[in-house]
Write a protein of this length. Sequence first.
Length: 221
Amino acid sequence: MTDIESLKVQLQSPEYGERMHALTQSRSLSESDRFEFVTIASSDQNARMRYNAVSQLATVGNFDLEKSLEILCDRLVNDPEMDVKAAAADAIGALKLTSAFEHLANAYKYTNDWLMQFSVIAALGELGDQRGFDLLADALMNNPNDLVRIGAIGALGELNDPRCLGLLLPLADNPDWQVRHRLAQAFANIGSDQAIAALKQLADDPTPQVAEIAKILLNPD
């Protein structure tokens, strides 16, 4: 029995430890074989196995984007574990699967879990799909969680939508330095004249962390 055949047997073992070992060892296999292992493990009975497999799809999923889309949407919608759902959202963003936009939007709307919402927000930013503007704007203005709101700032900066500046510019004087820090990154991503002017303002910010990142972003070389 070859090594890969042995690992395939382990992946079907009733023992969780053996299945996880097989999945971990599959990282050294060819892309096609690794994708096969991840595909199988993505529907494992154990949530840790599913989380591990779904997370790996963020990188190995490029091998078969259509199959990855199918798996990730299924996990996003149907998995009973919130962290697996969040990992699916992360992988969708990493693979830029814009076809999953509606699934992401619904996942945000129908949960109060902040981690899930944060993952969706980040994924929408990575997708760069302007259909996400209204959801991101709502997250920025109305979500009760500080981390989700800050995540929305970053995602809006990646959206390449001119409407985003109208939401972001007023935040340059926000009393929370973490908001201003994320704003600096968003303005650098947008890169318009107004955004650069705002970034220059942040380069004189009284909080060192904000001023430092703004200066670095203004002079990346």
